[in-house]
Design a protein around this ligand. Sequence first.
Ligand code: NDP
Length: 447
Amino acid sequence: MDYINQVIQSVKDKNPNEHEYIQAVSEVLLSLAPAIEKDQDLYKKNGILERLVEPDRCISFRVCWVDDSGKPQVNRGYRVQFNNAIGPYKGGLRFHPSVNLSVIKFLAFEQTFKNSLTTLPMGGGKGGADFDPRGKSDGEIMRFCQAFMTELYRHIGPDIDVPAGDIGVSQREVGYMFGQYKRIRGAYENGVLTGKHLSFGGSFIRPEATGYGAVYFLEQVLNHFNQNIKGLTFALSGFGNVAWGSAKKIIELGGKVVTLSGQDGYIYFENGLSKEGAEDIILARQKGLTKQEFADKFGGVFYKNQQPWGKVKADVYMPCATQNEIDLEQAIKAVQLGVKFVNEGANMPTTNQAIDYFKDHGVIVCPAKAANAGGVAVSGLEMSQNSQRLSWTKEEVDNKLKDIMRGIYNQLIDAANEFGIGYDLCKAANLAGFKKVSTAMIMQGIY
Ligand code: NDP
């Protein structure tokens, strides 16, 4: 533990203002104790923990674009290339005003472990900008994406670093960025970005993959407890890509979705969101429907400026919006309301204190690194299809996604057994991811 605590302290000393990054590093490193204690000399000799917490590089750049009124606007763009021990850097781009270096570093750090769990050859990276897409015209979004790629292109490539979407970045933005990359490079390298439209190298199931994958992962967990999705109630946050895929799959499998949410509040569906409502989420967003309008259309009640956590009774809490959505206070109330599972669709949506409280009170937490890995897994499959210049069918991709999610669950169970940690899926995900990445790092020598 001394070695782990020393490294955590050095991260705090070097990055005192990076709260999200310190949170992610502390959660992972503290859970690695069983592996470190087993082979302390090897890990120390190779400086593994010290190297794991220092990104390969952090790139920050100016993104200058012109708004519809002709006024120049300046945003800050980032790409953190964290670790490429097992493959090219891979991870999404986030456009949101809360983006800063700490947020991108925590996401890239987590991505390194997540990508390793998929068993596909992908390292960890993440990027984005403090750009707020809300209220921007299509022309402004396009000019921003072009300006962003005009700087980013020099750092990425199909065998170097392969970005994708995240909050505020979906097929439309990926399309604009790919168009700019193609023009600058003068070559058709469509494996440089994933999350593309089907018409130019996108994969079936990629838009739904994160949500579908999270539900497939939960099915494995429920199976362990002789339960299934049918008849369970789900409180979801988010009104975007991940919430959409999750809601569609939950409803298809007979579960009841009682909430969705956005930055401005949550919608409660007493009788459950309908199949049509779930299908409509993305379209509603594109059309600019407000949460109130969506609630009215699909029989829900909108609670302005509130989040569902600790307020709504459900068997499963599924945060699918952003980091640190569920804190200790909400976790305490959630336990009182009888929540049984927390399935993390978003990245780091639960604070470390809330995770500990859930675990201490018998709530099973399915960690983001495993539960939401389906998105990047299908991105990996998109890369494979682009390399082969082939396109697999919907069924083929969906079956591969199911296999991958089952494989991730089995890796967690194997790690839990190997290190004697009981049914702690959070620790197991970190230990399983660490084992593979650290092995590759040791074999490639110190650099
Ligand atoms: P989207 O942009 O499609 O949707 C994000 C949703 O979260 C929106 O409904 C938005 O609200 C809400 N939201 C954003 N910020 C906040 C906030 N500060 N407080 C409350 N709600 C907020 O993003 P995705 O669905 O793609 O991503 C959601 C989460 O899933 C993120 O944590 C992301 O990192 C993670 N993830 C995404 C993957 C993917 O494939 N897209 C893969 C793996 C993880 P509003 O509707 O008001 O804008």
